[in-house]
Design a protein around this ligand. Sequence first.
Ligand code: PHE
Length: 451
Amino acid sequence: METKRNSFTSKIGFVFAAAGSAVGLGNLWRFPYLAAKYGGGIFLLTYIILAVTFGFTLMVAEIAIGRKTGKSAIEAYGQLNNKWGFIGKMTAIVPMIILPYYCVIGGWVTKYFSVYLLGNGSVAAGDTYFGDFISKPVEPIIWLLVYIAATAIIVMLGVEKGIEKFSKILMPVLVVLSVGIAIYTITLDGATEGVKYYFMPDFSKFSVMTVLGALGQLFYSMSIAMGIMITYGSYMPKEANIEKSVHQIELFDTGIAMVAGLMIVPSVFVFTGGDEAKLQAGAGLMFEMLPKIFDSMPFGSIIGFVFFLLVFFAALTSSISLMETVVSILRDKFNIPRIRTCLVVLVGCIILALPSSLGYGHWDGVKILGLSILDFFDFLSNSVIMPIVAFLTCIFVGFIVKPSVITNEVKLAGKFKQEKFFTVMIKYIAPFCILAILISSVLNGLGIIKI
Ligand code: PHE
């Protein structure tokens, strides 16, 4: 890498930057639809338990690896033990898979933002609006291209720092607005049922798929098991407290996801009476529900406009950091100039994104393992590759470099309160559980066992 690694100047600067990367469509779009799909309260409970155990452990490990080596994932693993450098290479695949379909959803957000900008918000509240939009052959692709172009232009001009500063101001507004919308939603007629569904765990809905879904979401939302937190760690000053920072990032990320869920899941009960098919709607849920909420509220078209604009920025900072990661991986490897690399990534991203976009509309007959193309990429990265990377990271830290390498790094800034917990988790509990979840979900998927 030719750019110098400059540390975040303030300790809190690190937390903001890492939280900024963590908060994105994962929280606002992905979490609510998974919560609706996997049984509400039981998903929420599983997610929170996984966040404070697996999430905590892996995020501490990744940030410490980054800070210790001062390198990005590709080199960091290899520097600690050169036989294990392949984990770094595996992490590199994840942003390459996520970026294209992230841009498809980013395109949907851009479309909805423009609908509200033109004052057509109430049309978007119609029952068939989303379905009609997505099944058009050309329109979703145009929005996809607009969104990818916005991301690529920012990365090419190298002005992402400017956008990040801007979004740091917007992010708190998004939080406040989401809380406001969530409060509004739960006061609507029929919301009580939905709030119950969202918060009260129904253990009969629990299955291994709930755990796998929650685990994949955890990795995705917290940007772990894809090398990103290693890169962030490499910029972290030595006097900053890793343990505390991880707690803050987790709290922030999970808090926003929970609010987003509270905004969207109960609205399924308000507007459709808790229709099972709607709860299972998947990727379209946010786009189907939010316009109905805005349509029912005073000043809804203005609020909808502001909201989708803010979501657009939250998504943009994430896709910028994803694209930036892919660009720097390729540049380090092939040593080609920045602009040329950006163009290659742009073209590659468009080629990979087109099938994901079409798979929700024109090509909706095309299924891979029973999933639409976008869902397949999503499944491949979050439920297959990331758990494998997480498993390997646990083995690597637990048995190859030994947990003391990590705990000593954490202790540079003072006491590591959960040191014992961390050590037991990373050595014994996390790898075993992740492997068990992975194997049982594969057997389940192949129909060999039924869980
Ligand atoms: N964590 C981000 C989200 O929740 C997604 C992301 C992944 C962003 C990797 C940047 C890098 O949307």
